[in-house]
Design a protein around this ligand. Sequence first.
Ligand SMILES: Nc1ncnc2c1ncn2[C@@H]1O[C@H](COP(=O)(O)OP(=O)(O)O)[C@@H](O)[C@H]1O
Ligand SMILES: [Mg+2]
Length: 345
Amino acid sequence: MTLHTYLTMSKNQLLEFYDELNDSVLEETPTSQKRLFQKRESKKQVADARLFVRAQEISREFKFTYKAARFEEAWLLDSLVEIAEHQWISDVLRKVKGGKEASVYLCTPGVEVDAPLLAAKIYRPRMLRNLKNDSQYRTGREDLDENGNVIVDDGALHAMAKRTAFGEEVRHQSWIAYEFTTLETLHAVGADVPKPYAMEKNAILMDYIGDPSNPAPVLNAVNLDPDEAKSLYERVLCNIDLMLKHDRIHGDLSAYNILYWNGDITLIDFPQVVIPGSNPSSWTIFLRDVTRICQYFSAQGVDCDARDLATDLWTSHGHKIVKEVHPKYLDAEKQEDRRVWKKQN
Ligand SMILES: Nc1ncnc2c1ncn2[C@@H]1O[C@H](COP(=O)(O)OP(=O)(O)O)[C@@H](O)[C@H]1O
Ligand SMILES: [Mg+2]
């Protein structure tokens, strides 16, 4: 790539490039890759300079307690600047969890938000590329814009279908908007989810679960005594039932996406939420969610049968059990397979 290419990259492309380098620098570099690394390193300096300037501009205005690593600072500041400008947060105290797709930060609320502590979940630009299988979840879901409204604009829909850079940004935004609007819906009906406060570009602000020095552990890291296991299991089922009542399947439910704090549970991580009636894979996805929950609770001594349980919950909300067959197992030459295909689409 030439210098010109760098200077004409969109901000999102630049952030993504920068994000990539973050990992390549952090990982051990074998000798064979050193030359490639050096080449990248010099290119990086150009990108580095631009983002550094941007980070400097923002950090002049907002002084956060948390000192991000050099590579992280630019996208962190860029993601939070509007949230800070709206006075939803007044400070970033520390990183709660850094992941490949999103990082979560502990923040103190600004004057506009009434909460003890806040969690800001910031999606990394590369998250989009990991959405390879997102079509399974997107089927039957209308795409949402940055305000959580259904996208009707032909240009945006066309760009998404064509997978242009702009289209990919819209797709990314829609994924985040689903997490935010699902939290809004479920919180309003009393589900055990963090209260959401704001969504900006690639960040979501919600209640923080834990205390300032200890974020709540995920349920999977907790061993429960049998009585508590039984009552939390029932609590999870109530939440699954409530979600179905409001036309939502979590889609990635497991003891890794449930936080445990002071004897209570909180379900998190909703971007892949599925709308039951409109997705042909809903039953399979729902059964997988219930199965993972049963795996954890069985290990905690609770007696549960995932298939029976999933069947009861599913049919009690009027849904039919449809087992989707993957297209690779269907033969276009066979009439019966063509019928299955038609039914599935
Ligand atoms: N509201 C919250 N309060 C405290 N910790 C949180 C909160 N939301 C997320 N976390 C922490 O961040 C981790 C990642 O969040 P999650 O939404 O599951 O994103 P992903 O799994 O896609 O990275 C969680 O496992 C949890 O440790
Ligand atoms: Mg998660």
